[in-house]
Design a protein around this ligand. Sequence first.
Ligand code: PEP
Ligand code: MN
Length: 367
Amino acid sequence: MASATSGDHLVPLADWLTLYQGLLLVAGPCSVESRQQLLVTARQLAATGKVSLLRAGVWKPRSRPGQFEGRGTEALPWLQEIKKETGLPVAVEAARPSHAELCLQHGVDVIWLGARTTVNPFMVQEIANAIKGTGLPVMIKNPVCPDLRLWMGAIERIMLAGSQKIVAIHRGFQTHEKKIYRNIPLWDIPMALKNKMPQLPVICDPSHIAGDVQWIRELAEKSLAMKMNGLMIETHYRPEEALTDPLQQMTPAAYHDLVNRLSDNVATHADTPDRLENLRNQIDDCDCHLLELLACRLSLSKQAGKVKKQQGAEILQPRRKHDLFHDRQAKAKALGLCPTFVNDFMTLLHEESVSVQSEDAAKDKNP
Ligand code: PEP
Ligand code: MN
């Protein structure tokens, strides 16, 4: 017997939304800024003929106060208008019970819980209570922290409220380090969710993982290669003027190009063995992490160079170099790494550190 929270009662995606090559394609602006911005963006998106669901943030959860927090309730009639005109169903983020109630009153088809809401079981439960018995479809983003149980808990609370149309959204996880992507993907977590709830559709939001349009394609392809069920892509008719997330929003034309070209790659990936694909994804994550660590390492060297200069110390200090190589070799040995490789790698890294410090010293002399 399927339990109420196993996911076995969920309505298959294709029964309630239009899919493209089996994929749920959610697109739309990060936030509604004006009636005109919403209408123009949504019309251009509708014209692509490749959108399952129009997303639009009406209430924006901002990390710091004093920023654009969305147009709020006044934007809901604009969504009704565009829904009537284009026939596209619409989705809005609900961050508290009153948002969910207003969405229900204004014919919003789907609500989603954002990463800053999923992290809080009290708030998730209050929203679940507000929609109980309505059957309102809900998409649930992963929490900001990498906690699978918290994500599953939010999904279970919504299931227990009687919703049978549920989608999970992978949007990556926050860290404070300087990194290539805005959020670290930690692909293992959405994969574990798929294993635990095989009937639950899981889609990827590469816009929020990337934080910059230049990485969206590779992340979208990777997620589909991992058999995710669709994408959520932030789109704006003039991304450079966007009031929220300007770097990661793409034009509807760029979106069209992205989804058209994805279809070819989805077919290619289907022939690649899952296990190899999985391992390659983990290798990509590792390399990304290595590059981030290298950037951190060299920035520390740069700062050390400034301190040496203040103290009138030499850049190259043989004693320190000797100790550093000795220590890294001992640690590398414990990890089973080849000593020659580690020596070559440390030599390159040390040379680069010295060169970064020397460049800085030269700049200070001849600014
Ligand atoms: C959003 O989708 O615009 C949003 C705020 O996302 P997240 O909850 O993933 O940060
Ligand atoms: Mn956003």
